[in-house]
Design a protein around this ligand. Structure first.
Ligand SMILES: [Cu+2]
Length: 496
């Protein structure tokens, strides 16, 4: 094994094929290619921010800022982050507590911070309507009215979300509750309970991470050729327990990941976007669309090295463009090095939680959302209105849907385009009724705020609108391929 030097780094060829831990690695684009020397950087763990108590409110101070990140030794990459140069702290919150987030903007340009997956008043949501100008501080306050979950936060400025996330602004939010307190799950942050923010980025040969859209990336979404986990390139993690809980977030702009262990062993999914599944689900392959989260428990044997890979086998999607966006490239995501002596962890209990299942019969309305893509060259090159929902691109002055507080509704998502679109809606955690008439897989049978809708698919989701109504402040729904969102593949609903 050779030392990974700046010199052979630069010499590594584009479109190279290498073998890492038995997995062929192929990066089809220009820029840095994968080195063939294994995983050599300790996984960075974002700092945990508990907040400070101020008269019964948990207060978190977050500053959006620019900085320099050295992803590669000797290369200074201009980036943006929250309370740091890249990514942000992991925010720990508790169900029932009231939180205030002081969001200060030192970017030199407007942005926002959106609390993805959070049930909250629309004015506190941090969407495109809650712009934080340079030099200003925005302080939303709300009470956590949902169960334990791994959520996240990221900018959501109209037309700029993709670029701001690409530059590094994102972080995780871990909500805990009395139920998770009582469960024997791994919960020591950074030791056996580890956040894993997966992203891919494209760097130029001088180390810059410019956000530049080609006609292709404008249409398909921006896909990088360098995978990062928590902003770490080629990461390894030294595990000290027989069970490792990974809170995986697909924080990429457009890529879907298909995760599997290199030894072919199964792993256990215990939670989805909005919290615990009712029972653990054993998997050998997990597809994670942009913005989706999954909490996994990986079993380890003392002394072994296991790699979590993005694989091409079994990748799903459908449609002529399904193999875009990293479905067609394999690469290692995280190498897990188990210590020679491991502390024994308890297995995840069979009953993790109970979910109140919404009944189709209780839905007062079904709304249809056609997810579309126009293929005319004129549209594709015209600056981004090739993606739309129900024939419309976002108009921030127009309310697309009006929902009554307390109602249960079914939203029928029809992908009539040629590529998959991960659909996200704000305010609620929904449940998937069916995909093309068939019930969802066991690991999607839980609380969700993002659902992949594959080409040609009809996915029906059901949700209840509770607690918060405001006729003047809309929530958003949109494709979570950030380039599609920025191009207006987004709509607004109000709860009244
Ligand atoms: Cu999309």
């Amino acid at each position: 094994m050779s030392i990974f030097t700046r010199r052979n780094f630069l010499k590594s060829t584009v479109a190279s094929m290498a073998v890492l831990g038995g997995v062929a690695v192929y990066w089809p684009k220009s820029g840095f290619a994968q080195p063939n020397v294994g995983m050599f950087n300790a996984l960075k763990i974002p700092p945990l921010l508990d907040g400070r108590e101020e008269s019964g409110v948990q207060v978190y101070d977050l500053t959006m800022q620019n900085g320099i990140t050295e992803f590669f030794e000797g290369y200074q990459t201009p980036t943006s982050g929250i309370n740091g140069s890249y990514l942000g702290p992991t925010l720990k919150m508790r169900e029932g507590s009231t939180v205030r987030l002081n969001v200060s903007n030192e970017l030199g340009e407007p942005s926002t911070l959106h609390w993805h997956g959070m049930h909250l008043p629309a004015r506190m949501d941090g969407g495109p309507h809650q712009v934080v100008n340079d030099g200003e501080t925005w302080s939303p306050e709300f009470t956590i009215k949902q169960k334990a979950a791994s959520l996240w936060y990221h900018p959501h400025l109209m037309g700029k979300t993709a670029e701001h996330v690409w530059r590094g602004m994102a972080g995780m939010i871990l909500i805990e509750d009395s139920e998770t307190d009582a469960l024997p799950l791994p919960k020591r942050y950074g030791i056996d309970d580890v956040p894993l923010v997966l992203q891919d980025r494209m760097l130029t040969r001088d180390g810059r991470m410019d956000y530049r859209l080609s006609m292709h990336s404008r249409t398909m979404g921006m896909v990088g050729n360098i995978p990062f986990a928590n902003g770490t390139y080629a990461p390894y993690f030294e595990a000290t327990t027989t069970k490792l809980r990974l809170r995986v977030l697909n924080g990429s702009n457009a890529s879907t990941y298909n995760l599997a262990l290199n030894n072919g062993q199964s792993f256990t999914q215990i939670a989805t976007d909005g919290g615990l599944l009712e029972s653990p689900v054993s998997l050998t392959l997990l597809q994670l669309a942009p913005a989706e989260r999954a909490e996994l428990v990986v079993d380890l044997v003392a002394g072994e090295v296991v790699t979590l890979n993005n694989v091409t086998d079994g990748a799903t999607g459908g449609g002529m463009m399904a193999n875009e966006n990293n479905n067609a490239v394999a690469f290692p995501v995280l190498e897990i090095r188990a210590a020679n002596e491991l502390t024994a962890s308890a297995p995840p209990p069979e009953n993790l939680t109970s979910i109140t299942w919404l009944k189709e019969a209780d839905a007062v309305k079904t709304r249809i959302f056609n997810l579309e893509m126009q293929m005319g060259m004129g549209r594709m090159s015209s600056g981004g209105n090739s993606h739309s929902i129900n024939g419309k691109v976002l108009d921030m002055m127009h309310i697309d849907e009006t929902v009554n507080l307390g109602d249960t509704e079914i939203w029928e998502l029809r992908n009539v385009s040629m590529m998959p679109h991960p659909f996200h809606m704000h305010d609620v955690q929904f449940q998937i009724l069916d995909r093309n008439g068939r019930p969802p897989a066991a690991n999607e049978h839980g609380r969700k705020d993002v659902v992949m809708v594959n080409s040609g698919e009809v996915v029906r989701i059901i949700m209840k609108f509770e607690d918060y109504a405001d006729p003047d402040a809309p929530f958003m729904y949109h494709c979570h391929i950030l380039e599609h969102e920025d191009a207006g593949m987004m709509g607004q609903f109000v709860v009244v």
